[in-house]
Design a protein around this ligand. Structure first.
Ligand code: SAH
Length: 532
């Protein structure tokens, strides 16, 4: 993302989260793209996130690295915090001065008990802001290609809970009224009672051949849809073993599904794609995989470690002495190393006065602002783009590149730079839990490999499972490294860019018909150190 776009989001999303306030935030149905700008701003500026299991896992990555993440929701069979304990947590932390985000799935006021939590906070004198979210009631049917209203088919919709047993008179859902309702009926939390619910509508006169669809994990890579009629849906749900969470849609709009198409038509639907990476940053590759329907599993294969300290100290002094006209920071760790070296030499950002500062990637640009309070003069999404942009400028001579070990200036070589190893990439050896789970289920695996370091790092973490991977690589160089590491390369990107890499992943998926391998375990929760 460009810096300008980031600033625009910050501006449109409203002011940062205020200390002492509770933000009741709807995280949308699962696809992180459906988070609101306001949600992104308060998440990225809060001290604590108390989240439900249904809240999109990716949203948690927006929280600052030192923010506390507490799971307060329960899944069936799991013990969550009691209502009172959640209220206490929100109130006590806000009173202690924290900016608290209470993150829920969908919209906080649609069966989310958001109203109760807001009232509890207000009763204790704690300020509350409600950040509406995209409710699953609307977005999940849409992701399956079902519009809730449609001219001549349905002119309204009703959203009800399916949690109650229709046989119990204490229930508040009026099935007789629903059976007569002239529009689409949407049922949340309805998987367990689907048989009783359908029977109740039929017994109150709703035609037994009314179409029904249940959409599970809508808007995510594991989305699946079961279709039937009021008469057949319960048996169909049982046959397919469909479990919560699912949204049920009852009405003629379900017939429109084929003509509209939904997420399930996407080429990587239902596939987990391993994305090995070496730096902490929101992966543009992962985002592209998600938009092609897949579930990216980002695997940190290396971390930045200390670089050439003596070289950095000398570079800091040389910069201050005016020895370089251009400075290139190849990533956030390079900026950190530079700031540390300047400080160690008793210098600060003024040493860079008159130096053209160039940065690769948004993270480095942000780090320059955060650590040195300076703006990059030239930026590029990657080294190639940066090199092209630098080449368009007048040549003032003297370029210093702060790079990752092994200090390959790549396309910047044309500037004959002095290269200092600002940081080394240290191999990660602990296999992340999610990767271990993914490997255990024995399914074929897909991987999107964007560099040779990523290839060797992934193979190291996969061990014996390496042979089960059909990899797509970004180019010939990476293909060689991947093969040497034991990966099967099923496809290679036609161009060295991320879109072409995703096209190669789709090709690799076709070569590996293992179909749906998005595991059904708990939703992926990122370890704290995996946040950018
Ligand atoms: N506040 C939430 C609803 C909470 S009740 C919202 O506005 O969406 C929980 C129910 O929401 C689940 O039982 C299921 O019916 C539905 N749900 C939420 N996310 C879902 C998803 N991604 N796919 C299918 N159903 C979902």
């Amino acid at each position: 993302m460009t810096v300008a776009l980031q600033a625009l989001i910050d501006g449109l999303g409203g002011p940062p989260a205020r200390p002492g306030t509770v933000y009741l935030v709807g995280g949308g149905p699962g696809d992180p793209g459906l988070l609101t700008l306001r949600a992104a701003v308060v998440l990225s500026t809060c001290d604590l996130v108390a989240y439900d299991r249904l809240a999109p896992a990716e949203a948690l990555r927006l929280a600052p690295p030192d923010a506390e993440l507490i799971c307060v929701g329960k899944r069936s069979g799991e013990q969550g915090l009691s209502r009172a304990a959640v209220d206490d947590l929100l109130v006590s932390r806000a009173r202690a001065g924290d900016a608290v985000v209470r993150l829920k799935g969908g919209d906080p006021f649609v069966f989310g008990r958001g109203g109760e939590e807001a009232a509890a906070c207000r009763a204790h004198g704690v300020a509350v802001e409600v950040v509406s979210g995209v409710t699953s009631a609307v977005a999940v049917p849409a992701a399956a290609g079902i519009p809730l209203t449609h001219r001549t088919v349905a002119s309204g919709f009703a959203v009800v809970t399916g949690h109650e047993d229709p046989a119990e008179s204490s229930g508040s859902v009026d099935h007789a009224l629903l059976a007569d309702f002239p529009g689409t009926v949407v049922v949340l939390m309805g998987v367990g009672q689907v048989r009783a619910f359908a029977a109740a509508l039929i017994s109150h006169g709703k035609p037994a051949d009314t179409p029904v669809a249940l959409v599970r994990w809508g808007t995510t890579a594991r989305q699946e849809t079961v279709e039937g009629t009021l008469a057949t849906i319960a048996a169909e749900v049982q046959r397919r073993g469909l479990r919560p969470p699912a949204v049920a849609v009852i009405g003629d709009v379900v017939r429109l599904r084929g003509g509209i198409g939904g997420r399930e038509d996407l080429p990587l639907m239902g596939r987990t794609v391993l994305v090995p990476r070496t730096l902490h940053r929101p992966s543009a590759l992962a985002a592209r995989i998600r938009s092609a329907g897949g579930e990216p599993l980002e695997v940190q294969v290396a971390r930045p470690g200390p670089g050439d300290t003596a070289g950095l100290h000398a570079a800091a002094r040389d910069l201050a002495a005016g020895a370089y006209a251009t400075l290139v920071a190849s990533g956030p760790p390079a900026v950190t190393a530079l700031a540390d070296a300047l400080a160690a030499a008793g210098l600060d950002a003024r040493a860079l006065a008159g130096v053209r500062v160039a940065a690769v990637g948004r993270g480095a640009v942000r780090a320059l602002g955060d650590r040195l309070a300076i703006r990059a003069d030239v930026t590029g999404a990657d080294l190639d783009q940066l090199a092209r942009r630098l080449a368009e400028l007048d040549d003032r001579g003297g370029t210093l590149v702060l790079a990752a070990d092994p200090g390959d200036p790549g396309p910047l070589a044309t500037f004959h730079p002095v290269v200092v190893t600002a940081y080394a990439l240290v191999a990660v050896t602990d296999v992340p839990d999610r990767l271990r789970r993914e490997v255990q289920d024995g399914m074929p695996l897909l991987a999107a490999v964007a560099s040779s370091t990523a290839a060797t790092g992934l193979a190291r973490l996969l061990g014996d499972a390496t042979t089960r991977v059909a990899a797509a690589t970004i180019g010939a160089h990476t293909t060689r490294a991947a093969r040497e590491a034991g990966l099967t390369v099923a496809a290679e990107a036609a161009e060295p860019d991320l879109d072409a890499l995703v096209a190669a992943v789709i090709e690799a998926a076709r070569s590996q018909p293992g179909a749906n391998n998005v595991s059904d375990g708990p939703r992926p929760l990122l370890p704290v150190e995996d946040r950018p």
